[in-house]
Design a protein around this ligand. Structure first.
Ligand SMILES: C[S@@+](CC[C@H](N)C(=O)[O-])C[C@H]1O[C@@H](n2cnc3c(N)ncnc32)[C@H](O)[C@@H]1O
Length: 254
């Protein structure tokens, strides 16, 4: 199959960046025609590109992906960047709701002195994160919020978190790629979107040492609720934004 053929088929299927995607899919096929065709068909059928090719770009890294695990978004680089900036030397860092472990991996690359624990309630996400993070010296563990992190209570310097924050009623309005290929557990933020953010900030109040910081991704629509959740957890919080990434995060200090 020529690159032009692949591009034309992807374009006909509605892929906006058809030429770029065709090149990435050809690269992932590694020169095997049958594999090339299979990957192309999966993409044309609507699977996210990052799942089809097996990796997502995040903070300059190639983060391995897997079917059924949330694909890390570029906007979440803000959370990783803020965590890197505020971690003291030899910090203990928790990536709570870690998914693929992209945030933990970005922090580990920038701060080799940090002790990093990644946690997620989904065993499939933790298995993927563990294989990505083990070579970086980080641990990944199955945990419903901080349930399995009791040993870190009061000892964490930085919590970096991108929890689910889509209001339940808005999930049917999301792009098909997300609705059909990412688990509801990774998207659903409850009736107002902020339910898991609240739980994360409550967990942060238990995990952080005095002066420690929790960084939680949010959206413009939810920012007021996320700030209120931080205040309810007795954390003093401010907003940080990155207009280029379209990213908003709450930075909450104990
Ligand atoms: C929006 S995804 C983000 C994943 C990752 N942080 C990233 O940015 O790619 C949210 C993640 O939160 C996890 N999650 C949802 N509820 C959780 C809970 N109660 N405890 C731990 N993880 C949870 C989901 O399994 C999912 O992997």
């Amino acid at each position: 199959m020529t690159a032009d053929d692949a591009t034309a088929r992807l374009r006909a299927a509605g892929c906006v960046f058809a030429e770029d995607e065709a090149a990435l899919i050809a690269d992932a096929a590694g020169g095997y025609p049958a594999r090339h065709e299979a990957l192309l068909e999966r993409r044309i059928a609507g699977e996210p590109l990052e799942i089809v090719i097996g990796w997502a770009r995040f903070a300059g890294l190639r983060i391995p992906t897997a079917p059924g695990v949330f694909v890390p978004r570029r906007r979440t680089e803000l959370v990783a960047r803020l965590a890197i900036a505020c971690a003291p030397d030899d910090a203990t860092v928790v990536d709570l709701c870690c998914g693929t472990g992209a945030v933990a991996a970005a922090i580990a690359h920038a701060r080799t002195d940090a002790r990093i624990v990644a946690a997620d309630v989904d065993p499939a996400a933790v298995a993927l994160a563990a294989s990505t993070l083990a070579p970086l010296g980080c641990v990944a563990t199955v945990s419903d919020l901080d349930e399995a992190l009791g040993h870190l209570a009061g000892a964490v310097d930085v919590i970096a978190s991108c929890p689910p924050y889509v209001p339940t009623a808005q999930i049917p309005l999301m792009p098909r790629e997300a609705r059909d290929h990412e688990p509801a557990l990774a998207l659903d933020g409850g009736p107002d979107g902020a339910a898991v953010q609240r739980a994360v900030l409550d967990a942060a109040a238990r995990l952080l040492r005095p002066g420690g910081v929790a960084i939680v991704e949010t959206s413009e629509d939810l920012a007021t609720l996320t700030l209120a959740a931080a205040a309810d957890a007795a954390l003093s919080a401010r907003l940080e934004r990155d207009a280029e990434l379209g990213a908003v995060a709450v930075v909450a200090r104990l």
